[in-house]
Ligand binder design. Sequence first.
Ligand code: ADP
Ligand code: MG
Length: 235
Amino acid sequence: MIEIQNLHKSYHMGKNSLHVLKGINFTVSEGEMVAIMGSSGSGKSTLLNILGILDEADEGTYTLDGTLINNLNEKVAAQYRNKFLGFIFQSFNLINYKSALENVALPLYYQGEKRNVRTEKAMHYLEKVGLAEWASHLPNELSGGQKQRVAIARALASNPKVLLADEPTGALDTKTSYEVMELIQEINDEGKTILIVTHEEDIAYMTKRIVNLRDGLIIDDSIVQQVRAKAGLNV
Ligand code: ADP
Ligand code: MG
């Protein structure tokens, strides 16, 4: 589903430049659930933004579902982003003056769906995340966990091939974090390919494979059982 080869990315600020990704290689198959781990500043979000076609690498190749993504023009890139990818963010990124249902329906509007289809599909995904009764509520009437569930429903609404989540539990308490991760696990069980950026081990352990970034390189890429065994934990 995803194949990246020799990916490099630097940020330039005046005379200074920061080489953040220094030759990243990995592949993700359809149906995988992968954590991208690493300390703060290790380049996790930079990598996820490139995978999300929100940013471009300086060097290397990125193939998504068989299509080479490098050098697509902005319009085509946006089409791929809308069609193939769903995003979940730490800060939820919901629109405050729109109801839960309207937030979930929004990506469908951009896909040109008719109003009744948008409402029907949005309701379906709100039901899926257990929030049917909260459809008409505004984001500020919801708890953090509920907001993230709305954001997950929104990410699913356009039926993307891949879900990309950047620290999806970063703003949630421990119990709510596990509940949100269990929901994401259920979505993966149904076959969705999912990549989750996190700096929290407990969250990474709830995926199936952990890619560990340090100093711009992948220093480990193992299935969760192997990582846990190495850490001396129950497998
Ligand atoms: P992580 O998500 O692992 O915390 P990031 O990918 O956000 O790391 O950032 C990696 C490094 O790149 C950090 O040192 C950060 O300060 C820097 N960085 C991130 N985005 C930008 C940007 N737009 N301009 C300049 N530097 C940036
Ligand atoms: Mg980050």
